[in-house]
Design a protein around this ligand. Structure first.
Ligand code: K1U
Ligand code: ZN
Length: 200
């Protein structure tokens, strides 16, 4: 009986947001290079509760609106170990996945190269080589531990987002020459926008 009740409660809290709940969801501003908060190491999440689930819904809405295929909490200035990804194709229904306190527990020897972008470094793309497949362990939005074997785009996006939780950006995987050039470009743009206080 208790197991059925637990299952029912879990089904209720994991259901997609209703129209009323959707109306409460909010788009959150995405922070941009050279905002120094992008270099923070995010903190482990101790409790999976309704406040966290509300933040998760905001992140999913913000990622879909951008549009993006991933978003780490620090990109909306929340320095906690939480990320969302959705690698569904345009002609497929949305398939957002939530990773709380994610860890990569296995990486393949095989590597693959993907042209990456980042919502915090708009309109800049560069090829990055990473393990082609990874196994990640994380909590889901009910606080239940799960493991995912990721390949292809999902593997790339997961590694990109987990890097964000450690203050690492995809430009850290390219040459210093290219990285310095892009950082300088964004520093100049921030200065022009009257936001010169940010130093990376
Ligand atoms: O972390 C982020 O800023 C999100 C980033 C994730 C990512 C993309 C590509 C390779 C690795 C990681 C993005 O989503 S950038 C936008 C983007 O790539 C995209 C947008 C719309 C449709 C398809 C892709
Ligand atoms: Zn990014």
């Amino acid at each position: 009986m208790r197991t059925r009740l637990t299952a029912l409660i879990q089904a209720i809290i994991s259901r997609p947001a209703s129209p009323v709940e959707k109306s409460r969801m909010a788009l959150r501003p995405i922070i941009i290079l050279p905002d120094p908060r992008l270099r923070l190491v995010s903190k482990t999440i101790e409790r999976v509760d309704d406040d966290l689930r509300r933040l998760i819904d905001d992140m999913i809405e913000t990622m879909h609106d951008a549009p993006g295929v991933g978003l780490a909490a620090i990109q909306i200035a929340e320095p906690i170990r939480l990320l969302v990804v959705d690698t569904a194709k345009k002609d497929e229904p949305p398939d957002p996945q939530v990773f709380i306190n994610p860890e990569i527990v296995w990486s393949s020897e095989e590597r693959s190269t993907y042209e990456e972008g980042c919502l915090s470094i708009p309109e800049y793309y560069a090829e990055v080589e990473r393990p082609a497949s990874v196994r990640a362990r994380a909590l889901d939005r009910e606080g239940k531990e799960r493991e995912v074997l990721a390949e292809g785009l999902l593997a790339t996006v997961l590694q990109h987002e987990i890097d964000h939780l450690d203050g690492v950006l995809f430009i850290d995987h390219i040459s210093k020459l290219k990285r310095d050039r892009v950082i300088k470009k964004f520093q100049k743009a921030a200065k022009r926008a009257g936001d010169g206080s940010h130093v990376l």
